[in-house]
Design a protein around this ligand. Structure first.
Ligand SMILES: Cc1cc2nc3c(=O)[nH]c(=O)nc-3n(C[C@H](O)[C@H](O)[C@H](O)COP(=O)(O)O)c2cc1C
Length: 156
């Protein structure tokens, strides 16, 4: 493992992405940062699906409760559930509030069967001055620790 300072930033609504983020933290010994919004998303699945669709269409950036100074980190893992074929809206806020230029970004996501879809390419599009590495996708929280480890070892 390299001596670069590592941050694992993630958003998770129902816990799957958090599980993967915690595994990455154990493997890398980086700092964990959970992206949280001021307003809670609906618990009802249909309601959140409808809300997330509107938010994607409007490129909405929900307000976050905490802010983190990322300037000291060289490598930043960014994790999200897949919402409507891309990252969840809170990640859009996180990407827009911070300067990722010159940093290595390693994206990861959890999904319900559709795969990462546009998640990684959308992150790369919003961070044109970063080195965006190959992402890791897990069906819900099913990824095995050995798979995560293999991906991390091939990332840097
Ligand atoms: C609003 C919403 C939209 C979703 N859109 C997709 C999708 O486009 N493709 C997919 O495979 N799964 C989709 N899912 C399923 C989630 O990506 C999956 O359950 C994920 O593991 C949830 O992560 P979390 O527990 O960290 O919130 C969606 C779930 C929600 C709530």
């Amino acid at each position: 493992m390299s001596d670069k300072k590592i941050l694992i930033a993630f958003y998770s609504h129902s816990g799957n992405t958090k599980t993967i983020a915690e595994k990455i933290q154990e493997i890398t010994d980086g700092d964990l940062y959970e992206i949280k919004t001021s307003h809670e998303y609906p618990k009802n699945y249909t309601d959140i699906v409808n809300q997330a669709k509107k938010e994607k269409e409007q490129e909405f950036k929900p307000e976050l409760t905490e802010h983190i100074d990322i300037s000291n980190y060289d490598t930043i893992f960014i994790g999200s559930p897949v919402w409507w074929y891309t990252f969840a809206s809170p990640v859009r806020t996180f990407l827009s509030e911070n300067d990722f230029s010159g940093k290595t970004i390693i994206p990861f996501c959890t999904h319900g069967g559709g795969g990462a879809s546009m998640t990684y390419s959308d992150i790369a599009r919003l961070c044109p001055d970063s080195d965006v590495q190959a992402g890791f996708s897990s069906f819900e929280n099913n990824a095995k620790e050995s798979e995560i480890e293999q991906w991390i070892n091939s990332s840097y």
